[in-house]
Design a protein around this ligand. Structure first.
Ligand code: TPP
Ligand code: MG
Length: 394
């Protein structure tokens, strides 16, 4: 069988790069200790949350599909911290980390996985459907690539509010009632979504109408068990796909959160300012299987270990406790402070599990609420909508 794309090597761990030193120097100058310490804490929260999720899954307390984010934490934290709090975000199904990085209460996130009424989607979505409107987090989507047109639509809506409605109405914010302003939407996708038609239709419109959406490819090298170069053309130069739609972007090493932020933040600012799209190929890696059941025959333990040696959390912790020192030689973070941080996070995650366990399951009457198609109108609180009397869309 022939392949159209040039052969591309298996994913390789980030090489030491002189540019990284420049990134660190810029970030060190721009950002205070407290900000970097918060990044570390947020990445550690995701790691710990996923550990406890795995445990609860093995104990059959969580059911359904469940995909852990362990290893990719720097992507969610480093990109989302570059946003304004009301910039919209959409994601695929490996979404717990993004929800937490965006500020979702860990209790609501864990309870959702436990299928409890206190979950962020009232326990009806589960692991793949985290949703948090106050934080402008619009899912959590299970169909590969399906979220990318939604992200494009959210960006289009924000641009339309700002450029069209904003000129004619005094306070027209449709989604939040706030005066419109320039926004950027993030549409996260996996490398496996690169070949979905939905993505290409969305990118075409984004290029055509200059829509301020950033397509973030979390390129962890695999789509389930298929290595990227086996299933995707131009795997060695994904930017070619964006260039075809007139969209600019860049490749960023996403193992080092400081380097990621250093390159990503200016891109967000430019897309906001110029109201235009972008596309980024973020090199990352997942440490665990695709989902909870994955024998991982498609890769070796040595390959995984090579990436673990570049762990984002270890790297930032080492920087804060070693390299980043003040004039008196004191590190930005002491061993004791790091210990305290870990204990605080562990307690928070334990609390989220207890909260989920002690929460009620959804009322059966909820079964047909908040759904588009109601096969049982007589059993549903939305019955009147279905009969047409109160349908807000008619
Ligand atoms: C349209 C569609 N096709 C197939 C699937 C089955 N599926 C679920 S996850 C997945 C792999 C996606 O990999 P990638 O986008 O790289 O994300 P990652 O799991 O690496 O985060 C596939 C094929 C699906 N959910 N939707
Ligand atoms: Mg992937």
């Amino acid at each position: 069988m022939t392949q159209a794309s040039a052969p591309s090597p298996a994913p390789s761990p980030a090489k030491s790069d002189p540019l990284r030193a420049n990134s660190r120097r810029r970030i060190a100058e721009q950002l205070p200790d407290a900000t970097l310490i918060k990044w570390l804490r947020d990445m550690f929260l995701i790691r710990e949350f996923e550990n406890r999720t795995a445990q609860a899954y093995q104990q059959a307390k969580i059911g359904g599909f469940c995909h852990l984010y362990t290893g990719q934490e720097a992507v969610a934290v480093g990109t989302i911290k570059a946003l304004q709090p009301d910039d919209p975000i959409v994601h695929a199904y490996r979404d717990h980390g993004h929800a937490l990085a965006r500020g979702m209460d860990p209790r609501a996130c864990m309870a959702e996985m436990f299928g409890r009424a206190t979950g962020c989607a009232k326990g009806k979505g589960g692991s793949m459907h985290m949703f948090d409107k106050p934080h402008w987090f619009f899912g959590g989507h299970g169909i590969v690539g399906a979220q990318t047109p939604l992200g494009t639509g959210l960006a289009f809506a924000a641009k339309y509010e700002c450029e069209v409605l904003g000129k004619s109405l005094p306070n027209p914010g449709v989604l939040d009632g706030q005066p419109p302003k320039k926004k950027v939407a993030l549409a996260f996708l996996g490398d496996g979504a690169l070949n979905q038609g939905a993505l290409h239709e969305a990118m075409n419109l984004a290029g055509l109408y200059s829509i301020p959406v950033i397509y973030i490819v979390e390129n962890n090298g695999y789509s389930m068990g298929t290595a990227i170069q086996r299933g995707t053309t131009m795997a060695h130069d994904l930017m070619a796909k964006a260039r075809a739609y007139g969209i600019e972007g860049r490749v960023i090493d996403a193992f080092d959160i400081m380097e990621l932020y250093d390159h990503f933040k200016p891109l967000v600012d430019a897309c906001r300012d110029e109201q235009r799209p972008a596309f980024v190929d973020l090199k990352t890696y997942r440490y665990l299987g695709h989902s909870m059941s994955d024998p991982q025959k498609y890769r070796t333990k040595e390959e995984v270990d090579q990436f673990k040696a570049k762990d984002s959390i270890d790297c930032l912790a080492a920087y804060l406790m070693g390299d980043r020192i003040d004039a008196a030689g004191k590190p930005a973070l002491s061993q004791d402070q790091f210990q305290e941080m870990q204990e605080e996070v562990r307690a928070l995650v334990r609390d989220s599990v207890e909260f989920a366990e002690n929460s009620p399951v959804p009322d059966p009457a909820e079964l047909y609420s908040d759904v588009f198609v109601n096969p049982q109108p007589n059993l549903s609180p939305t019955a009147e909508y279905v009969k047409g009397a109160k349908n807000p869309l008619l």
